[in-house]
Design a protein around this ligand. Sequence first.
Ligand code: N01
Length: 543
Amino acid sequence: MPDMTPSKRVDGDALDALIIGAGFSGLYQLYLLRDRLGLKAQVLEAADGVGGTWYWNRYPGARCDSESHSYCYSFSKELQQEWEWTERYPEQPEILRYLNHVADRFDLRRDIRLGTRVAAARYDEAGNLWHVTTASGDHLSARFLITAVGCLSTANVPKIPGLESFAGSWYHTGEWPHEGVDFRGKRVGQIGTGSTGIQAVPVIAATAQHLTVFQRTANYSVPARNAPLDAAFKRWVKDNYDAIRDVTRATTNGHPFTISDRSALEVTPEERQALYEQAWEKGGLQFRATFRDLLVDKAANDTAVDFLKAKIRAIVKDPKTAALLTAFDHPYATKRPPIDTDYFETYNRDNVTLVDVRTAPIERITPGGIRTRDAEYPLDIIVFATGFDAMTGPLLRMDIRGRGGLTLQEAWDAGPRTYLGLQVAGFPNLFTVTGPGSPSVLCNMPVAIEQHAEWIADCIAHLRDRGLQRIEAKPEAVERWVAQVNEAADATLLPQAASSWYLGANVPGKPRVFMPYTGGMAHYRSICDGVAARGYEGFALTD
Ligand code: N01
């Protein structure tokens, strides 16, 4: 990133850049544009605090599945040295403290407007400005509009008939009350067994009178093996941040480990079992990296499925519950693989019941609880761990209109269409941080976010240095990129998970399009760098 002197500003009261969202991406984007480029930039944030995902997701057990030493910014050596993570996987309050620390340390708050939800954004072609309207009716304008709204920030509460009649309380994990929820003496029903649900179950079960888990799709999970970090490890991390960063930037998914170059099919069954055992003991997302072909070869993947089924059956004492928990309908890790602390063990508690809502679906919510096709479950509290309208939801819930009044809804009628996940044809000067079509959710998020925020800042600096005012993805570049995203997905097993939110399948009526780019973060980075080096190939740059 070059350091730049302040630019000639856009006319009147307009800002150089408006950034929507004050999570990991919005904070860094503000820092880059304001402090490195000297632009007049402002962040609009709907919440009353910074933190994005980590502001909203305060559900029981909320913890990051990335390891703490890689789930942080890498742009500031001083920040890396002064901040100290306490556990292998940071808990939600610790990450929120970190992001607040970043906001203070880099004096970002003076350019962040909290409690300001963006309702609409309209591109004015004549003035080459984005006009933004907030939910409270304020108007702001800027030359560049950057969405830093997160991929998983629009709660998906399924439209189950009767919810409004429920006499108890209900909560979505992604909009959890700040004061917490007291489960003591309560009959709790939890819908959903994704990464969130699997984190929440053991913690809710520890205090609830009874927990009933409603499972639609059996999910794989591997022990996280969370633990406090010891002094030696903390020292090692601080001494090796550069090397850690080199690994996260060189790997497929931005995590601080490499994927084995062994095939699951070229080792003996005994060796394979031993390697899986080692990975199980080590715990974490690294389990996926045991063999190079787990996500591309069904026969290789089956070996992981067999191993995990045997583990779950060994843990869960009731054979019927174990059978339900292992009734997988998709290859391992083709949906985002959760990691857990005592998830399967929790089903051995007397106060926990698993209900299969695949064979006997939920029919309605009654004043007293949840009714499935087969039975009624009396409940005081319902927890919706039902995920998000992922990737496109946070963008489409704003009324974004580009050239000629084209709405983003119209442009994405058949699913998201972007160039590099960074821009949409017909929407000049709009950048989408970790947008659909980029690796984003398949990557350790801070790595993906830093790459996008830096690419965007470099691009804006490039325009400014050449006196250019506008950048827009060309339709043919979008066409080619969408094809590349599809090809990359089809080269993996990931599209085989029919109920995956990667495909939009969790939201009724959402177009089924594989949204993230599966070609790997390191490869994607080189594509983006190449595009920039060739004068922003595929984009139209105009003055
Ligand atoms: O959401 P999900 P999530 N009736 O969509 C079920 C990230 N994350 O919040 O599979 C019954 O994965 C649904 O069932 P099915 C991570 O990227 C990160 O758990 O659609 N069930 C599924 O079981 C993750 O992938 C971390 O059949 C219904 C569950 O609800 C992403 O967030 C921690 C239903 C939703 O699972 C989303 O995870 C947690 C219905 N009508 C999450 N509708 C960290 O790293 C949905 N379900 C910290």
